[in-house]
Write a protein that binds this ligand. Structure first.
Ligand SMILES: NC(=O)C1=CN([C@@H]2O[C@H](COP(=O)(O)OP(=O)(O)OC[C@H]3O[C@@H](n4cnc5c(N)ncnc54)[C@H](O)[C@@H]3O)[C@@H](O)[C@H]2O)C=CC1
Ligand SMILES: O=C(O)CCC(=O)C(=O)O
Length: 409
């Protein structure tokens, strides 16, 4: 199965329990529009290079489409489509007035200079500016994109359409960004962890976590959990992992990462492999890197009793089944990592109203939203006797399906 087949497997499993019927099931599984563009730029050397960019718009029945932009060498159309679809279900689980989209460029940003990255981003906007917009489709950061990239997007789009801060979220604070957005996905995961730990009678203090990925999502959730007394026993990034059964000192790990750009080589733990992080002896595993991290080959090695999905699509359907059989509780991506898009929504609202919220308000509204979604999903899981993933899809499909039918097809 490729990425979109995996996402649709989960979608169909829930749609069939709900008995939505083949015509609506097919409609909801089919993206509204798939844009694939040539992104050609002049490199610093004077050479012309051509990259491929995507923007997949999955559904807009509940509002403008929303979702991140990924710059990654392995990005392809199927993965963008999968993540666009996940955005539709995620915004619906969280009850944000949005649909879903996702996009990016197949490239390795570590091989580009800052100027090349800027030219690439601006050229991409030239190619998609007629399909995005503040009330049409609003991009945001994802893997290897950041507030600076969002600033270039805002600027380039505004050259075509006039001053438009609300065309993109995750912008720098100096350029209409929202307080709290940078840490929002990690903070949302923290709130989810608090809820699920309470439900399984585990205290935050002393509970052991392993975290795959130490970028925006992984590093913030590690810091927030550690600040609450949780023990982070292993972390990794694309170069490898580091572990310490007594707990890593996250503040000094941050200093190390700031200096070296990677968790590897950190002196407060011992080096370990990617697979050892996923199989770490801990209560909670947070995959917060790329899709398909947990699959048929490694799912049975997982020792955690809870998995909280920070990444999008980190668990393949085969792995999901193996984990469920072993009683491992999985909090799915479309519920667990919705903190980022929730604060993106707050940023968009602030931009449309030309005002700025204080961080306390952002975090309080985020906490309320996360708790409410968690409550709704767990109620469905209990009453229908299904997994949290299937329950989250049932909630989302109900909302998107109703909006679709009420608007008229
Ligand atoms: N940034 C956001 O607000 C949101 C991101 N996500 C998802 O969270 C995941 C991470 O995104 P970000 O943190 O934003 O990206 P990022 O680019 O800031 O960080 C990605 C991290 O993953 C690491 N990584 C890459 N391959 C790895 C591997 N094989 N093993 C271990 N680590 C590896 C990188 O070294 C880096 O530390 C993605 O799946 C993304 O779609 C989900 C919701 C919102
Ligand atoms: O902040 C956003 O709008 C989208 C973030 C994102 O791409 C995601 O939730 O996967």
């Amino acid at each position: 199965m490729n990425a979109i087949e995996e996402t649709n497997y989960y979608f169909r499993k829930a749609a069939r329990i709900m008995d939505v019927g083949t015509p609506i099931e097919t409609l909801l599984a089919t993206p509204l529009r798939e844009v694939k563009v040539q992104v050609s730029i002049e490199m610093d050397s004077g050479e012309i290079r051509t990259f491929i960019g995507y923007r997949i718009q999955h559904d807009n029945s509940r509002g403008p489409m929303k979702g991140g932009l990924r710059f990654h060498p392995q990005l392809d159309q199927a993965e963008c489509a999968a993540m666009a679809s996940l955005m539709t279900w995620k915004t619906a689980v969280t009850n944000l007035p949005y649909g879903g989209a996702k996009g990016g460029i197949t490239c390795d940003p570590s091989q580009l200079s800052l100027k090349e990255l800027e030219r690439l981003t601006r050229k991409y906007v030239d190619q998609v500016q007629d399909v995005i917009g503040p009330s049409r489709d609003i991009p945001a950061p994802d893997v290897n994109t950041n507030p600076q990239v969002m600033a270039w997007i805002m600027d380039q789009y505004s050259r075509y359409h006039g001053h438009s801060p609300a065309v993109v979220t995750g912008k720098p604070l100096e350029l209409y960004g929202s307080k709290g957005r940078e840490a929002a996905t990690g903070r949302g995961l923290l709130y989810i962890c608090r809820e699920i730990l309470r439900d399984v009678n585990l205290p935050m203090k002393g509970t052991r976590f392993a975290i795959q990925g130490f970028g925006n999502v992984g590093s913030h959730v590690a810091r927030l959990l550690w600040e609450e007394g949780a023990v982070v026993v292993a972390v990794s990034d694309m170069l490898g992992g580091v572990r310490n059964p007594q707990g890593l000192d996250i503040a000094s790990l941050f200093e190390h990462v700031q200096r070296s750009g990677t968790v590897t080589g950190y002196g407060g733990g011992t080096p370990c492999s990617h697979e050892e992080v996923l199989a770490a002896d801990c209560e909670v595993l947070i995959p917060a890197a790329l899709g398909h991290a947990l699959n048929r080959e490694n799912a049975n090695a997982v020792r955690a009793r809870l998995i909280v999905e920070g990444a999008n699509g980190p668990t393949s359907p085969e792995a999901d089944e193996l984990l469920e059989k072993r009683g491992v509780l999985v909090v799915p991506d479309i519920l667990a990592n919705a903190g980022g898009v929730t604060v993106s929504y707050f940023e968009w609202v602030q931009n449309l109203q030309h005002l700025a919220w204080e961080e306390d308000r952002v975090n309080a509204e985020l906490e309320r939203t996360v708790k409410e979604s968690y409550e709704r999903v767990t109620q469905i899981a209990r009453s229908r006797k299904v997994s949290l993933r299937t329950a989250a899809f049932i909630l989302a499909i109900g909302r998107v399906g109703k909006a679709t039918v009420m608007r008229g097809i």
